[in-house]
Design a binder for this molecule. Sequence first.
Ligand SMILES: Cc1ncc(COP(=O)(O)O)c(C=O)c1O
Length: 448
Amino acid sequence: MTSQRTQELIQSDKEHQVHPWWITGQAITRVFEKGHGIYLVDTEGQEYMDFASQLICSNLGHRCQEINEAITAALDKIDYVTNFYGQTNVYAVELSRKLAQITPGGLKRFYYTCGGSESTDTALKLARAYWYFKGQAAKYKIISLYDSYHGLSGFSMNVTGLGGGRMHSPFGPAPAGYLRVPSYYEYRSMFGDVPDSGLLSAQFMEKVIQKEGAASIAAFIAEPILGSGGHIVPPDGWWSMVTEICRRNNILLIVDEVMTGFCRTGKMFASEHWDLKPDIMTMAKGITAAVLPFGGVAFSDEVYSAFEGKPFPHGFTYTAHPVCCAASIATIDYYLKNQVAENAAKIGLHITKRLEKEFLPLPCVGLIDGRGLFQAVELVTDKEKKTPISIEQNGILIQKLAEKGIWTRIQGPALNRLEICPPCIITVEEADKALDIIKSVLTEFKPS
Ligand SMILES: Cc1ncc(COP(=O)(O)O)c(C=O)c1O
């Protein structure tokens, strides 16, 4: 029996709030009130293990003391100053110096945003403006992958390849200049059931570049590992093919580390798994472990050189907000001091072994994918035919898991990939406890 307080909160919410990707007008299912470590507590007092780190952003779980203290200390000194008009704040200066020491490929120029979509928008504008200032304004097209997710704001929505019509149709025709190519999702390849379909994605991209003309293409954007698109790791050789194609055709490489960055995949940045050297890299989420809304874009000296000596044609009121910068400094310090990436790698490996040994043989599990604490279980009703679970079964499973104290999501192109993405501070005991519960729910699940 739900308490009167919770019922009133849910009713009031229904009357006044609209939620992202929730049936408008339908009552929400729970109201959270507290969090600690990898746990969240709702207004009924029920505790949940946060096994998707919310939107794969609460990399340090909930209520990390060090971040909270850094925010309070910053607020005691300064609340807000703009980064416009030739001024800045001490936290933004310190954060930039710190980020320059950890970003891949020697990126050391930064621009700050309030989140992932703004970071994508900024990266795309940077890429186009780079060519414009180089006297090649005709190089404006952007290539991205189907199954990718880069945000839903004005520019970013056009490169997001996930969701088909659901994410794009209500907003009218897409502007010109955005091209999408098949992703490397081999299990459900757009090329059909053919060998090496993942690598065909890179070959297809090269053909598109030839047909469109490299002189018209500004950049290629991709996540190092597909995120909302299902935690799909590219096949061996994919990244080296793609980076080589970009270099050979004089196309900027934008790597979107919004979800994969900051320890999530067992490295500080997932780019490190392939030694990627992007021209531009986007960040958000883990940059403050989601404690405050914040993001950034890192770019190379070469990209920077196109803007040097000119006003930078972009800006937001909250760019380089001092309190967010302070939170980010404390977050990065915590990651490094407590070897959080190493923990994600270690626990991730333990989880992979259990998933492969105990979950893969289950009738409803078609595939295990991902890396570090960025993993997914592909759920099917028929292993042979690879039939994805239905949207109703997705909802039932999520509800069953929640009843047993596991909060997670089932995402991906076919909405059938169960996320195994707990906070990167999780212990092996906590991981085992959660996996035991998830396994029991999947074992009871009758796929047909
Ligand atoms: C890879 C990637 N890029 C960009 C975004 C957009 O971030 P935001 O929701 O903060 O705008 C997301 C969000 O999940 C993401 O996963």
